[in-house]
Design a protein around this ligand. Structure first.
Ligand SMILES: C[S@@+](CC[C@H](N)C(=O)[O-])C[C@H]1O[C@@H](n2cnc3c(N)ncnc32)[C@H](O)[C@@H]1O
Length: 339
């Protein structure tokens, strides 16, 4: 996640990567061999890794990120390469490239400020735009989900991915509203949600949790994160570091559970992680506690306030078997068949 400042002259966006100093510390100078930046975004992390002397293989599913990566490809032609792809494609792509085992894999998960601040990407209710939310631009959109999922599926989605207490009432109101006319824009959806739970003078916008839920669903973010963690287990060099910066509790809980299991501290496996079988010996070490941004960073960049970073070191133990990553969930399959 990044925060933006508008330069006065000329008017263009710049970004501030979250917890960059902590990420650089975690990678460590001597270990800065090959770094996989799994979430290129605006390239804030990648640039810092390159300036520290690392070779960077960056991934992002967003075609706009690919366009931004050209600047770094020109500035660091021998150190940097970019791959447009999802977390679930990282292991296969690295093998196909014949890349040496990475010394660090970094995931700064969630949505970038580029995505959230551009109304036409449809992630935000702050400005009107098409109800889209697709990071990779392909597949069913948030509008497809809102207009075609059953009332029960919508309610489950808002409850499980948004932790929205009024999920059932909101789903019912959406189904009534779309019977009159399709819900096509972010503000239309926000207004429907506000009719169930009105805005308060303070606190988050009442549509925040449902928008988060739709974004997670449309982009299959939890399954993707699971596949990314499995890729780190399979691909990192012994002694290499896995670094995950996350912004909401669902994601952090998944990373925490994955590390507890891979470190031999628990027997349960997240249903989103495509890993079969328990670890015979610890696969990662050191990932027990999360690191928060400093008060100074939060004061300078309020978007950093919910960030949590987890760092774990890969051991010599062999990786567990991984099933093929699930590309999509059943509800998304259903939508795709209708589209
Ligand atoms: C928070 S931003 C990263 C910002 C970046 N660290 C920087 O310094 O500019 C997250 C990025 O990850 C990408 N992303 C999210 N989920 C992804 C996935 N499953 N596969 C590939 N890219 C993903 C998004 O498109 C977005 O550009």
């Amino acid at each position: 996640m990044m925060a933006f400042k508008w330069d006065r002259e000329p008017r263009r966006m710049t970004h501030v990567p979250v917890m960059l100093n902590e990420v650089l510390d975690a990678i460590g100078g001597p270990r800065a061999g090959i770094v996989v930046d799994a979430t290129f975004g605006g390239g804030g992390y990648s640039r810092a890794f390159l300036e520290a002397g690392a070779k960077v293989i960056a991934f992002d599913r967003d075609p706009e990120a690919e366009r931004r990566a050209l600047t770094l490809a020109c500035a660091f032609p021998t150190q940097f390469s970019f791959q447009r792809g999802r977390f679930s494609e990282i292991a296969r792509r690295l093998r196909a490239m014949g890349a040496p085992a990475p010394h660090a894999m970094v995931f700064d998960i969630g949505v970038s400020s580029f995505q959230i601040d551009e109304a036409e990407r449809g992630f935000s209710f702050q400005a009107d735009g098409p109800l889209d939310m697709r990071m990779g631009r392909g597949g069913p959109s948030a509008a497809d989900a809102v207009n075609h999922l059953s009332e029960a599926d919508l309610a489950d989605l808002f409850y499980h991915y948004g932790e929205e207490r009024n999920a059932r009432r909101i789903a019912k109101t959406i189904v009534a509203a779309r019977a009159l006319a399709p819900i096509a824009t972010t503000l239309q959806l926000a207004q429907v949600i506000e009719s169930v739970q009105p805005r308060k003078a303070i606190g988050p916008h009442p549509a925040t949790r449902c928008f988060q839920a739709l974004r997670i669903f449309v982009n299959q973010e939890l399954d993707e994160l699971g596949a990314g963690l499995a890729a780190a287990e399979a691909m990192l060099a012994p002694g290499g570091v896995l670094i995950v910066v996350s912004f909401h509790s669902l994601e952090d809980r998944m990373v925490k559970q994955f590390l507890a299991d891979a470190e031999g501290r628990s027997n349960s496996v997240s249903r989103h992680v495509p890993t079969i079988g328990p670890a015979a010996a610890p696969i990662f070490v050191g990932g027990r506690s999360a690191i928060a941004p400093s008060p100074a960073e939060i004061a300078a960049n309020p978007r950093a306030r919910s960030a949590k970073m987890r760092v774990a070191e890969r051991t010599q133990a062999p990786a567990r078997l991984h099933s093929a990553p699930k590309p999509e969930g059943p509800a998304l399959d259903l939508l795709r068949r209708r589209a």
